[in-house]
Design a binder for this molecule. Sequence first.
Ligand SMILES: [Zn+2]
Length: 191
Amino acid sequence: MVEETKSKTTKQCPHCKSEIPIDARKCPQCQSDLRSWFRRHPILTVLGAFIMFIIVSSIIGGGTKKETKPQINQQTKQEVTQPSQEKAPEQPQATWQKVKSWQGTGIKKTEPFTITGKQWRIIWSIKDTSGINASILQIFVYKVGVQAPMEIVANVQGTANDTSYIYESGEFYLNINSANGNWAITVEELK
Ligand SMILES: [Zn+2]
């Protein structure tokens, strides 16, 4: 028991082999520095810790770099897609441009008009003037030189409006058949 408590409270100096207090930093006999190697070499300890930190952080950093690589790719993809999105408004240099417009009552066969693009539209409306919703509007699209109407874009009774799209270039005219209303028709081309 006594030896045990002695062995817990004292230690042997590694230099002079004398029994000294277990928590002694310096041997009271030979004055040897008994602190740990790290305590005795603070500069080397700090330097070593710093080197370890660099090594560890480079390993972790290497790991995160691998993880961030896809993000970089995504960023570059976004950079790739963003210019194309920016280019998209350049393509809508193709905007709707007015070709012709008419308004009136009754029946009308329009003058021919030329569509150079592949897409055009007829924006039409009729407002009933009979008061009993008896107005009618029929709009036929003809291609110049062709007997039969190419398309019927409107065939309505009463106040109405709509837009009809046509996907053909060439020279066209409209045959408008109407009664009991004021109509307005605009032809626009996408170019
Ligand atoms: Zn000693």
